[in-house]
Design a protein around this ligand. Structure first.
Ligand code: PLP
Length: 384
């Protein structure tokens, strides 16, 4: 008998769509991928070289459990945009990506029966983390503009609310929260004595001329947990490195979990992460390319019949409402994969209120986007 706890974990639907698309590719069919949530760029050369150098210099051992001090200090400097200087010894812990940071942070906070409020739609893994810890996800809706619905959020607060989990910029909507909204969120959390966990993994991927999206750390509220990482902005998904910033008491608990269950993040990867923080030009080049793709895909989807598009301002996702074509996003995405050989993620994968939407990731070349859009247009003419 395997564990009942693990039996309750739902499969990650994006991976299942990817597996189906890959089966088709093995049969020799060319599939256009809009389902994959990772940058298609190779990690910038300077970062790769830095890892190789670190390996050759013998950085192949465990590091301090909290991560290399050099990286934590670089992160403390990086975080100065918040107007605060975080203590690299007690408030910053380097992790194996945001996924692991989130798990350890939630595990350090939650008791069985506690409630965690999150948006619907949300990143699909969130409820799994919470349920795994015998806590309960409670869903709050978004406004039509994909903003937090503050009134609904207040209604969802109960005596069991332990934390509010947000993702800004958001997967799947591609929208970020303004500082004003984050301040309002922090006030709601403060009134109910709950934590705010803010997953900011897409923080630097913004397209409205700003350097980055606002961070929960700028609100000054102290019961916050900010999670960020290198996967997306630096095109380092396979390197598995992220970090968590929170008050010392909670950080000490996270550290205990890390010591026991992970020991330390990879040594040479952390050396490369220090270099990544210096790679402004390389990041700019990737962002410029994402911006071109965003403009193109937004234009094409806006022209397509049945697609209601809200122009995203961050990450590399677009989440059009397709109810005019089908209320059943699973059926529609299966049809597009079979008929058009275009892989997109059904909105329902992101929660009940994601139904009637499709999520496109434009982390693929303009040529692929063009081909994908042409195929969808053609296939939808025959859809019934
Ligand atoms: N959080 C969100 C919202 C994501 O979309 C993803 C990956 O797609 C992750 C976290 C995972 O981040 P990491 O690669 O740092 O574990």
């Amino acid at each position: 008998m395997t564990s009942r706890r693990v039996a309750g974990v739902k499969p990650f639907q994006v991976m299942e769509i990817l597996a189906r698309a890959q089966r088709m590719e093995r049969e020799g069919k060319r599939v256009i991928h809009f389902e994959i949530g990772e940058p298609d760029f190779v990690t910038p050369q300077r970062i790769r070289e830095s890892a190789v150098q670190a390996i050759n210099r013998g950085f192949t051992h465990y590091t301090e459990s909290a991560g290399l001090l050099k990286l934590r200090e670089a992160l403390a400097s990086h975080l100065e945009f918040t107007g605060r200087r975080f203590d690299s010894n007690s408030e910053i812990i380097v992790t194996g990506g945001v996924s692991q940071a989130l798990f350890f942070a939630l595990a350090s906070l939650l008791d069985p029966g506690d409630e965690v409020i999150m948006t619907d739609p949300h990143y699909p893994c969130y409820p799994n983390f919470v349920c795994f810890l015998d806590a309960k996800p409670v869903y709050t809706s978004l406004t039509d503009d994909f903003k937090l619905d503050m009134e609904d959020l207040k209604e969802k607060i109960s005596s069991r609310t332990k934390a509010i989990l947000v993702n800004t910029p958001s997967n799947p909507t591609g929208m970020f929260l303004e500082l004003k909204e984050l301040r309002e969120l922090a006030e709601i959390a403060e009134d109910s004595n709950s934590y705010v966990l803010s997953d900011e993994i897409y923080s630097g991927l913004v397209y409205d001329g700003r350097h980055r999206s606002p961070s929960i750390l700028e609100t000054g509220y102290d019961k916050v947990v900010m999670l960020d990482g290198f996967s997306k902005l630096y095109s380092m998904t396979g390197w598995r490195v992220g970090y968590v910033v929170c008050e010392p008491e909670l950080a000490a608990e996270v550290l205990k979990l890390q010591q026991n269950f992970y020991i330390s993040p990879s040594s040479f990867v952390q050396h490369a992460a220090v270099t990544a923080l210096e790679c402004r030009d390389e990041v700019r080049a990737m962002l410029d390319e994402f911006a071109r793709r965003r403009e193109y895909i937004v234009g094409r989807l806006q022209e397509m019949e049945g697609f209601k598009v809200k122009e995203p301002n961050a990450a590399y996702y677009i989440f059009p409402d397709v109810k005019a074509i089908s209320e059943d996003s699973t059926k529609l995405s299966s049809y597009l994969l079979k008929e058009a050989r275009v892989a997109v993620t059904p909105g329902i994968a992101f929660g009940r209120r994601g139904e009637g939407h499709l999520r496109f990731s434009y982390a693929t070349s303009i040529e692929n986007i063009k081909e994908g859009m042409n195929r969808i247009e053609k296939a939808l003419k025959k859809f019934s």
